[in-house]
Ligand binder design. Structure first.
Ligand SMILES: [Zn+2]
Ligand SMILES: [Zn+2]
Length: 426
């Protein structure tokens, strides 16, 4: 081997060692995306999110993700326990190392298997979804009603979901000291064999549910005071979702493995279904724009604008329509431009923003432009006029209809009454 080649390899080896050291020494708070002031709750939430994101089942063949998953578990393990967090805060990684060698930590919860930790959070065997032999819990559906402006602008929403959760206090063991022992009556089988004498010398063997452990095969000496040994508790969990601009009604946002939890199965998915809420006048007053009353159909928006008789006929008007995010769409006609009742004007690109479910582009030339805004005009005729005004208008109509009025009978091709050709309308 050439000496230069050898030194290159040596360098690479050294570099790898250094990288590994750096990786191992990464700040635990940073690993979880937190800072030192993080609360217990923050740490839990960070673990829940990150461990799912980097779980090897979700990133098959990706070694970086796997390392990250292990690191996240390690960081959580240290920071979620008050004693080790204190040591880490004061003495860093070295302190933790010494603490481990002291022997009091290391064996906590039977080792630091990241998959064990994962299963304590999400149930099952530390793996996602559909592995054979793992039961999966039911999915949960939740409907959330949002005003149209949230679909237009996008926003973060948070909402409480009441669900069954693995008891934090006993970490799903049901035991106050987290010790679970095997039932001595059934030796962990959950069933016992009983012999019944049917007749002298004749026995029947019957398999019975073990009454001592209730068929679990396991028992706890002191039940957990928080869940009374049930291993799970029901409580409300705050969940966050991002509504992206242009999302459709009925969009389903899936939170994997966030339905009811149990130590006996892998949690199903929590599915958030977005619905559009009708505008409520009183409640929405603060955020009210014209857009509050837009109607939506797919990517397009619809709006009704009222014009007076004069405006519709004579033109010479403008309207500022305030859109859902507050920007103004101006429409209008110059003098002499007529708008017929029920005429619809299309304002290009003022509909809903384009949104599609990420990578699901089936056809290449899919149109990704925003939708359009359709404005329908209604014309309001005056109910009453002052008598002076009425007279003037009447005289004016009379004058002009005699000159240029149109005979609608003739225009529509109906038979003309003989000897009476009077012009009717302007
Ligand atoms: Zn038993
Ligand atoms: Zn408990």
């Amino acid at each position: 081997m050439l000496p230069t080649m050898r030194s290159v390899i040596l360098c690479v080896v050294i570099l790898l060692c250094v990288l590994q050291l750096v990786a191992a020494a990464e700040d635990y708070y940073k690993t979880l995306g937190l800072d030192k002031s993080a609360s217990e709750k923050d740490i839990k939430r960070a673990y829940r999110n990150l461990s799912k994101k980097f779980h090897p089942d979700k990133n098959p063949g990706d070694d970086t993700a796997r390392e990250k998953f292990v690191l996240i578990a390690e960081a959580y393990d240290i920071l979620s326990t008050a004693t080790t967090r204190k040591i880490y805060d004061q003495y860093g990684h070295e302190g933790i190392e010494q603490h481990r060698q002291g022997g009091s930590a290391g064996g906590r919860r039977g080792g630091n298997d990241p998959f064990d930790l994962f299963s304590r959070f999400f149930g099952g065997g530390g793996h996602f979804g559909h592995a054979p032999g793992h039961r999966r819990g039911p999915d949960m559906e939740l409907k959330v009603g949002l005003p149209l402006r949230d679909f237009y602008n996008g926003r973060e929403v948070s909402f409480g979901v009441e669900k069954q959760q693995i008891c934090d206090a006993c970490e799903g063991t049901g035991s106050a000291d987290r010790e679970v022992i095997t039932c001595d009556k059934c030796q962990g089988r959950g069933v016992v064999i009983q012999k019944h004498q049917l007749a002298p010398g004749m026995f029947q063997q019957v398999q019975m549910h073990c009454d001592k452990c209730g068929g679990q095969g396991k028992m706890v000496k002191r039940p957990c005071p928080v869940c009374s040994g049930q291993r799970v508790v029901r409580k409300e969990v705050e969940t966050f979702a991002t509504i992206e601009p242009g999302m459709g009604k009925g969009t389903r946002i899936v939170f994997e493995n966030e339905a009811d939890e149990s130590p006996d199965y892998i949690a199903g998915d929590l599915v958030l279904i977005l619905e559009e809420r009708e505008p409520e006048l009183a409640a929405d007053q603060e955020h009210r724009t014209d857009g509050t009353f837009f109607r939506r159909k797919g990517r397009d928006l619809f709006w009704k604008e009222a014009l007076s008789l004069r405006e519709a006929w004579m033109g010479g008007w403008t309207r500022n329509i305030t859109h859902l995010d507050g920007h103004v769409v101006q429409v209008g006609r110059s003098r002499g431009q007529v708008v017929q009742p029920l005429a619809v004007e299309t304002v290009k690109g003022e509909g809903m923003p384009f949104w599609s479910e990420g990578h699901l582009h089936e056809s290449e030339d899919e149109d990704e432009s925003p939708g359009d805004l359709y404005i329908e005009y209604t014309v309001i005729l005056p109910d009453e006029m002052e008598s002076g005004m009425e007279k003037e208008f009447y005289a004016l109509w009379e004058k002009w209809r005699k000159k240029i009025g149109v005979n609608l009978d003739q225009d529509s091709g109906r038979p003309v009454a003989p000897a009476r050709v009077v012009k009717d309308e302007l």
